[in-house]
Write a protein that binds this ligand. Sequence first.
Ligand code: ATP
Length: 249
Amino acid sequence: MAGDGAAVRLRDVVKVFGKKVRALRGVSFEVPRGAIYGILGPNGAGKTTTLRIIATLVRHDSGYVEVLGHRLPDERNLVRGRISYLPEDAGLYHRLTGWENLLYFAMIYSDTLEEARRMAELGVKLSGLSERDIHRKASEYSKGMARRVALARALMVGAELVLLDEPTSGLDVFSAYSIRKIIKNFAKSSGATVLMSSHNMLEVEELCDRVILINKGSIVAEGEPAELKERAGAANLEEAFIKLVGGVS
Ligand code: ATP
């Protein structure tokens, strides 16, 4: 149970939406504590569903899910305060400044205003926004700036497990680069476990210790990026993915 090394443990997890949409068809994997894992797959592969099950937001239909040593959904209340989830479409309160967004969120996680301030200060540091920018209204932010604040908000709370759903989607190369840098520095300094989804092979290759390739609700392969490339006889992860999935459909 807790402390035995796995932050996340999934066995034969099935999720069906409605009567027909088999989002997950028996997914099994483990993420050791302190690792950065990537879930990679095309649209509709089941990445968000997997993350939302682990984040205690969606109940699986069958199979076994354990997060930080606790079984879901029964023990979800023992997990919720220890994880953090950044949805793909995570937004900010537009009328508030970046700082106010961080402080507002920090207050939910803190017992005192002082504690909340310290947490929000950490958020500012993580976001990398200048003193001037962090005090601008979120409505004035570029997409990249907004994402940096949203990411900082998810990282600053001291979660043991951080779940990031496509943290760089829709961002230009510069913004995506700074987001990756934030994640990398955070993982190195905090020792937290990070599980992130992505479409971006380069990103996953650069950031993740191991990658889980998922397609149509099933895991196609899992391994270190280099190992997957070698297994598929591919020059890069993109080519490996296409080969392992069985071609372009
Ligand atoms: P994307 O990269 O496009 O975000 P994804 O890999 O995250 O895709 P999911 O969002 O997990 O994929 O979706 C997996 C399947 O489950 C898709 O067919 C999707 O339409 C379906 N699905 C997801 N959530 C729901 C829901 N709440 N109700 C019905 N179907 C859903």
